[in-house]
Structures are given as C-alpha cells and as structure tokens.
Ligand binder design. Structure first.
Ligand SMILES: [Zn+2]
Length: 118
C-alpha cells in the first residue's frame, strides 16, 4: 500500500518534471526568437508610419519571377521584400512606365493616393 503510494508519487513527479522541462524548452525557444535581430523593413512592418509623399517600391522576387514589382504607400503592412523609398514622381513613373511594369499594391492602393485612377 505504502509502496504503491510512493511509486505513484514518483511517477507523478516525473510527469511534472517532464512537463517543466518542456516548458523550459519552449521558453528558451521563445527567447531565442525574440533575440533574433529584426531586418530594417520588418521593423516598418511592425509599426508602419505614414509619411506623405513617400512610397515604397518592392522589387521583384527575382528576374524570372512572374510577379511584378509592387508600389506601396509608406504605411502599408503588406511590404514583405526589402523595399526602396521613392517619391511620388518616381512611384507614378514605376506604375505607368511599361518597362518598369510595377503594379499598385491591392491593399494600400498607392494609385489612389497618386491620383492615377479616373
Ligand atoms: Zn501595399
């Protein structure tokens, strides 16, 4: 009876020990993730700031990728690739010159801000 009780206590404490070790590993992973440096454009993703007259030109993924470069407003949260800042004139050119072939982001609609829509 006493031995059975003690065996149960040992088993229970082992379970708690395993649980605590798993918790500790999860915390370590979370800390490692939190310490990873944030790329410059990701910081903009976290708290985008609207800057009038500033647009972001997001390049193509690669030369062969069929997706076009994108133009965003400065506060767009959809920017994923390393964007370059352009002024309204250059943003308008990127969207209207066929050799650039950039398209307006469907979320932030920079073409509206640039007055490109009828
Ligand atoms: Zn956008």
């Amino acid at each position: 009876m006493i031995l059975a009780y003690l065996d149960k206590q040992v088993a229970d404490n082992e379970t708690v020990g395993i649980y605590l070790r798993l918790q500790r590993d999860a915390v370590q992973r979370a800390l490692a993730t939190a310490k990873r440096p944030i790329p410059a454009h990701r910081e903009r993703l976290g708290r985008p700031i609207a800057r009038p007259g500033v647009y972001l030109r997001e390049p193509k993924v690669s030369r062969d990728n069929p997706n076009p470069p994108l133009v965003h407003t400065s506060d767009c949260k959809m920017v994923t690739r390393n964007p370059g800042e352009v002024d309204a004139h250059r943003a308008r050119l990127a969207l209207t010159q066929e050799f650039v072939g950039a398209e307006p982001c469907p979320i932030c609609r920079p073409d509206t801000a640039l007055g490109l829509l009828e």
